[in-house]
Design a protein around this ligand. Structure first.
Ligand code: HEC
Ligand code: HEC
Length: 297
């Protein structure tokens, strides 16, 4: 009788030990995969995608919003996207976050203004969105409440955005880039989705709808008081950057120095400092390859 009980006890302790080991392995797997790895990658992506740049007015309070974007429609003030439950996105789950990024729709079903470049983020890979979400969840929360946008009439009516998105859907499409070259594919993903380069470098028509998101043939000033023009970055030798070589582009996106010795100015300064300089050399080489493979425009 006694031996039966001790055997039973032994089995029980063995089982519990095994269970503990399994749980430990799960925990290590979970920590390394979901926190350590994705945190680093999430941070790089959140920079390269401009989330940091656009949602940070004060660098001591990252992602707490308050960054002002002047447009001909008025001034947009970026919201707090830290995980504060009251003034940030602390109550959002991954699905709600993904829908906002890919479709420009809030958890309450309200459309966002396209100044938040969801038209480009539409093609972000779910893994990348997951990493950005986990990264934002891991950083300190800021409980700052940001004020509303200061927009001119009638642009202050969000409901008009439904109409705009229908027009955009019917008339303008994203020009897909088909290539079997893996490096160009990687570059195209960074330029077209993460880096949303066309948000500034592609021309726009009425209602600020981008004619072709990846045209990259430059954007003229939209209003004499607004500094939103951006140069042609296609591979055209005279109008674009066709005379730059691959290393020139990599160096520029790391440091802001152009091949002629000039230093970058305007909005591109932040894009490089807070964004592209976080990407690896190989990723930037892929960007260069993609840009130089674009048709003359
Ligand atoms: C060019 C500036 C810009 C960039 C880049 C940008 N955002 Fe935003 N974002 C905005 C603005 C402006 C709004 C407010 C839009 C509105 O009110 O309709 C916004 C809204 C949001 C919202 C909704 C917040 C809320 O309270 O409803 C989330 C979430 C968000 N952005 C996350 C991100 C993430 C993540 C990235 C990077 C992948 C990013 N944003 C990149 C400007 C930007
Ligand atoms: C917020 C708007 C904005 C975004 C987004 C943006 N750019 Fe720019 N870019 C500019 C402006 C403005 C200039 C002009 C800067 C100057 O005059 O020095 C510029 C300049 C450049 C130049 C130098 C062109 C020349 O002839 O001097 C290159 C190359 C470039 N950008 C590449 C990119 C790439 C690649 C991306 C995406 C990863 C990108 N930009 C995203 C606004 C932007």
């Amino acid at each position: 009788m006694v031996t039966v009980i001790t055997n039973l006890e032994k089995r029980k302790t063995n089982f519990l030990l095994k269970l503990n080991y399994t749980l430990l392995i799960f925990l290590i797997y979970f920590v390394t995969n979901n926190i350590a790895f994705s945190k680093e990658r999430g941070q790089i992506l959140a920079h390269a995608a401009g989330c940091f740049g656009c949602h940070t007015a004060n660098k001591d309070l990252p992602y707490s919003g308050g960054y002002k974007i002047n447009t001909k429609y008025g001034t947009f003030i970026s919201p707090n996207i830290t995980f504060d439950k009251k003034n940030g996105i602390g109550k959002w789950n991954l699905e709600e976050f993904t829908r906002a990024l890919k479709h420009g729709i809030s958890p309450k079903g309200v459309p966002y203004y396209p100044v938040f470049p969801y038209n480009w983020y539409k093609e972000l890979k779910n893994n990348d969105i997951n990493d950005i979400y986990n990264y934002l969840r891991s950083i300190p929360i800021q409980s700052i409440k940001q004020s509303n946008h200061k927009l001119k009439f009638p642009y202050n009516f969000r409901a008009l955005l439904w109409m705009r998105s229908k027009i955009e859907y019917i008339f303008f499409s994203n020009n897909q880039f088909n290539t079997n070259n893996e490096i160009e594919k990687q570059g195209s993903y960074i330029v077209k989705s993460i880096g949303h380069c066309g948000a500034c470098h592609s021309p726009r028509t009425f209602l600020s709808i981008v004619k072709n998101k990846n045209d990259l043939s430059g954007r003229p000033k939209s209003h004499k008081k607004i500094n939103d023009e951006a140069p042609n970055i296609s591979n055209n030798k005279t109008k674009g950057i066709g005379s730059w070589d691959e290393n020139d582009i990599v160096f520029f996106l790391q440091t802001g120095f152009k091949p002629d010795g000039d230093y970058v100015e305007g909005h591109m300064t932040g894009i490089i400092e807070d964004g592209t300089s976080y990407l690896s050399e190989n990723e930037l080489k892929a960007v260069s390859k993609y840009l130089l493979s674009q048709h003359n425009k």
